[in-house]
Ligand binder design. Sequence first.
Ligand code: C5P
Length: 208
Amino acid sequence: MIIAIDGPAASGKGTLGKRLAAHYGLRHLDTGLLYRAVAKAMLDAGAPLADEAAAAAAARALDLSSLDEQTLKTETLGEAASIVSAYPAVRAALLDLQRKFAACPPGAVLDGRDIGTVICPDAEVKIFVTAAPEVRARRRLVELRARGEPADEASVLADIRRRDERDRTRAAAPLVPAADAHLLDTTHLDIDAVFRAAVAIVEAARGG
Ligand code: C5P
């Protein structure tokens, strides 16, 4: 079984993806980490983020086993990832790797922006997670503070809005729900309620 989860920044799709994968015995890939790792490789090498060819080369050199969530989940890398992820050559370089991951038995949960639309259009279950920007900003703030990253609510909210706008309006694989995705608004739900709602969606999809 393949479960595709998409949604905007800090919508809770990563946490949901991990829990669904554990529940159904599937592998999990947070595809945002791929774009964050490409951005990090560029910044580490001193390459300008505007250099699409260098970004594509960094994407081709990416090693899935070396993704370190702790170092990649910063606000700076989220913003940089959203710049390099708009390059078609970067997305093309990461396509096969994601599809191979998804196709490996017993299946997988992938979360990102284009999983249901581009990477796994035939996924058995597609969930598009949303939440009000203010709620997402508060959740992200709690995460950042827990990791000791200094952050204030207004700038996290501004970052989230800017990133959403860029991800939604880019030409290559924009953030948009697949026509057959189930919408899950988590604005008023805690993680347990989100998980229960998602399991209900998966069970309904399997039953149907
Ligand atoms: O999900 P996360 O916030 O880690 O993603 C970082 C950035 O990577 C996003 O803002 C988006 O621009 C990009 N991304 C993408 N496609 C995906 C996953 C992430 O374009 N499947």
